[in-house]
Design a protein around this ligand. Structure first.
Ligand SMILES: C[S@@+](CC[C@H](N)C(=O)[O-])C[C@H]1O[C@@H](n2cnc3c(N)ncnc32)[C@H](O)[C@@H]1O
Length: 346
């Protein structure tokens, strides 16, 4: 992300002397493709802490030196690599997000965004009609895309699982948690680790089971966290829960879909239980550019992928009240534009 400007650049940008579309349409497009290519073509697999010449990196990756050098220069402009002597090495940022095996890596997320981007050729149709032309992104996923999607979700959840786990108000004595569209189950696993009396069911579609099983096994959580194959849109939710999670789910549905989901979640909770909704929530994070960019781009993206959108706390509060919840509270996350909305059932 370009985020450091000289004083002169800042002044010229604020006076619209440097044309913003040069960056918005030009530089962002080129840099984003360079980042995706660096991951897709394995350039990042041949970078490390010690500087390496572009010719060696290109040779190891089976690519042209010319193309590889230009991609590396783009990564340098983004702050992921530094040019040292005649070679390129990861910066701290590059090592954190792009190195193989980094616990904070976002390589699948980058590749999933790259795949999503190819579907943007139809964006005009979505904008014309106010909804995706046909089906949803989920229906377009093949086996490889399910892997990119599922592993991207694992990566994203890893960025905030510790923060979110502390914010979910698990009622005293709670025993059962249902993680609706819970995918990998990382939030369920962490909540069970934090609350010893809790067991969790992760409800999701069949192709996701292997990634949930993988995460559950990695954390040794099989005794308390299980995967349940199901469809939250067409089926009733399993009943008898103290906590229901709907994390990154409501943005994938229109208001009618969410009205039905909130009602199902209410029926699936025992009295005193809570529905916790995590999403990009319009109006959180103040009016910073990053918060507004996040909720606005996600709204357009979700409209295009699934005829969904992003909602404000007020809109989510209305959905919750209509479903019978007594009170909602909005807890902003560190990441601008993200928030946890807690809905309490009496
Ligand atoms: C954006 S991901 C969120 C995953 C996880 N909750 C998180 O926050 O990291 C949405 C998840 O919902 C699942 N999903 C979408 N539609 C579904 C449906 N109708 N029934 C069950 N799961 C669904 C997807 O398979 C995917 O795993």
């Amino acid at each position: 992300m370009i985020h450091r400007f000289s004083m002169l650049e800042r002044a010229l940008l604020s006076m619209n002397v440097i044309p913003h579309p040069f960056v918005d349409a030009g530089a962002m497009m080129g840099l984003n493709h360079a980042l995706a290519a660096a991951v897709r073509l394995g350039i990042v697999d041949h970078l490390g802490d010690a500087p390496r010449p572009a010719s060696q990196i290109a040779g190891d990756a089976g690519l042209s030196e010319k193309g590889t050098t230009l991609v590396l220069d783009c990564l340098e402009a983004l702050g992921y690599v530094a040019r040292v002597d005649a070679g390129y090495a990861f910066t701290r940022r590059g090592r954190k997000y792009l190195a193989a095996g980094s616990k904070d890596g976002l390589r699948y997320f980058i590749q999933f965004c790259d795949w999503l981007q190819r579907g943007y050729v139809d964006l005009d149709e979505t904008i014309r009609h106010g909804r995706r032309a046909a089906g949803s992104m989920i229906e377009a996923l093949g086996e490889r895309e399910w892997e990119l999607f599922s592993r991207a979700m694992i990566e994203i959840s890893s960025t905030n699982v510790a923060e979110v786990t502390k914010l979910v108000p698990v009622p005293p004595g709670a025993r059962a948690l249902l993680d609706v569209g819970g995918a990998h189950g990382q939030y369920s696993i962490a909540l069970c680790e934090r609350h010893p009396g809790l067991t969790a069911r992760v409800l999701d579609l069949a192709p996701v089971r292997r990634y949930a099983d993988e995460c559950i096994a990695r954390h040794g959580a099989a005794a308390r966290v299980s995967f349940v194959e199901g469809n939250f849109e067409t089926e009733e939710l399993p009943a008898g829960n103290d906590v229901v999670l709907a994390f990154n789910i409501v943005h994938g549905m229109d208001a009618d879909g969410n009205r039905a989901l909130f009602a199902k979640a209410h029926r699936a909770l025992r009295p005193g239980g809570v529905l916790a909704v995590l999403d990009q929530v319009k109006g959180t994070g103040g009016s910073t550019q990053l918060a507004r960019a996040t909720t606005s781009f996600m709204a357009l993206n979700l409209l295009h992928q699934a005829s969904g959108t992003t909602y404000s706390h007020e809109e989510l509060g209305d959905l919750a009240r209509d479903a019978g919840f007594a009170r909602t509270r909005c807890k902003p996350l560190r990441s601008p534009g993200f928030a946890l909305v807690v809905c309490e059932r009496r």
